[in-house]
Design a protein around this ligand. Structure first.
Ligand code: H79
Length: 443
């Protein structure tokens, strides 16, 4: 009895002696390795694809059901979804020509429609007139063309009777729903199909803010997936918490700022997801970003040490819009010249702003210049290194000098060689990757 009393007391006072709690933390042995994450971050640029029956209405996939489109109408759209011009090879070639290295398709969005032939619901592509495995065809085309294939999967499902919430943004809980059954049967079953059939490089979860979704489910699903494929990468929207950060309790491998460029972070991997137009899903005549905005978004993302997952919403007939294909090709053409300053680089040491961003690799520091500066660009001191030489990538030498206070002054020509982003390569006397971060003003 005394022994038991002592044991209880010691357990109360020395909680660290307790065995590791297994339910709310991911086992360190199973977590995606730094080596795999470094490989992912080297890719820098990927394509996000939002698509489904909702394109028949041209409204948003994430919040138009029950808003712009009545529920009864929305839920029957798949019966006329027949994208006869869908061609997986063309989509993947569009990504490849843009210089993208990976592709993420929404296999299932919040509306619960599945783009692959799942055994767990009839609400899938085989019950549309099209009857072809979109996810499978894309996986195959990506493999053929050397693009990493990734899958988006949301934890919510307005359509499934066992998921407790049935409308966007709603807090109303359906008493007849059974979340445990939804997670353990439907979600796990669907994920198992996706992982074992299509072997995704990365899984992009969404919807972690919903109240029925808990940290306990997240840990369970993370462990479940990593036991199935120890190498699969998982974003931080599987666990609860802020999208923009990685903390000690985060379940997932990298942060996911949405529609904004993440802050410079040399420690935690991150990927900004952003739309080429306004909507995630196709919208007729949606306003498209300029080439300048597209290229600078990619450079600022790389400059912050992050990846860019750039979204395209294909049309209801299965094609991507010609103007979007053209815009992406223009990004690819820019990358053909300047790719060395994007892929396989690290961001920093300067935090990107609207004037410039920097990336680095070995003894090279790349300065991306976004707008012409009268005469010269002044950079605060790069501690511990000297610049030996400078030139525009694919172009002329650039003159520079180290000022008495340590600032680096780079002379600029009247006309920059690239109106969207001209890149100056600085050759340093030592490794640029060791320079500590330098905070910058916004402009
Ligand atoms: O898949 C894309 C979006 O559909 C999904 N995440 C990315 C990757 C997403 N789903 N929900 N949300 C993002 C957040 C929704 C915010 C909203 Fe709203 C608040 C929807 C309605 C109110 C913001 C404000 C958007 C419309 C009004």
């Amino acid at each position: 009895m005394k022994k038991l009393f002592l044991l209880v007391v010691s357990l109360c006072f020395f909680p660290v002696l307790l065995p590791a709690q297994s339910t709310l933390e991911v086992d360190a042995n199973i977590k995606t390795s730094k080596k795999i994450m470094d490989g992912f971050m080297d890719l820098r640029f990927g394509m996000f694809i939002h698509w489904g029956p909702v394109t028949l209405r041209g409204t948003e996939i994430g919040w138009s059901r029950g808003n712009q489109v009545p529920v009864d109408e929305y839920d029957h759209l798949y019966k006329e979804f027949d994208p006869v011009l869908f061609n997986a090879d063309k989509w993947v070639k569009t990504a490849k020509d843009a210089g993208m290295k990976y592709l993420t398709i929404i296999a299932k969005h919040h509306d619960g429609f599945c783009l692959w032939p799942t055994a767990f619901t009839n609400h899938n592509i085989m019950h549309s007139p099209y009857k072809k495995d979109i996810v499978g065809e894309l996986a195959k085309a990506c493999k053929k063309q050397g693009i990493k294939f990734c899958i988006y999967f949301t934890v919510l499902d307005w359509y499934d009777p066992n998921y407790p919430i049935h409308l966007p943004g709603s807090k109303e809980i359906d008493p007849k729903a059974d979340m445990n059954k939804f997670v353990n049967t439907t979600m796990k079953g669907e994920l198992k199909e996706l992982v074992t059939r299509y072997h995704p490089y990365m899984l992009w979860f969404d919807g972690n803010w919903e109240t029925p979704w808990t940290q306990k489910y997240a840990v369970e699903i993370y462990n479940y997936l990593k036991h199935s494929d120890p190498n699969v990468i998982i974003n931080n929207r599987l666990g609860k918490g802020e999208h923009t950060e990685i903390t000690s309790t985060t379940v997932g491998d990298y942060a996911t700022p949405e529609q904004k460029i993440g802050a410079l972070n040399m420690k935690d991997p991150w990927e900004t997801c952003m739309t080429i137009c306004h909507q995630w899903a196709w919208k007729p005549n949606d306003k498209m970003k300029s080439l300048k905005e597209c290229i600078q978004t990619l450079s600022k993302t790389s400059g912050g040490n992050g990846n860019l997952l750039f979204n395209v919403g294909p049309m209801l007939d299965g094609r991507m819009e010609a103007r979007q294909i053209q815009r992406l090709k223009e990004m690819g053409d820019w990358l053909k010249i300047y790719g060395e300053s994007i892929y396989n680089t690290k961001g920093g040491p300067y935090a990107p702003n609207d004037t410039f961003a920097t990336t680095r690799k070995g003894n090279k520091l790349f300065v991306h210049i976004f707008s012409n500066q009268p005469g010269a660009l002044r950079l605060p001191e790069l501690t511990g290194v000297k610049v030996l030489q400078a030139h525009f990538i694919g172009g002329a030498k650039v003159s520079f000098r180290h000022e008495a206070n340590g600032d680096l002054l780079i002379s600029l020509p009247m006309q920059l060689p690239d109106e969207n982003d001209s890149v100056i390569e600085l050759i340093l006397d030592s490794n640029a990757e060791n320079i500590p971060v330098i905070a910058m003003n916004k402009n």
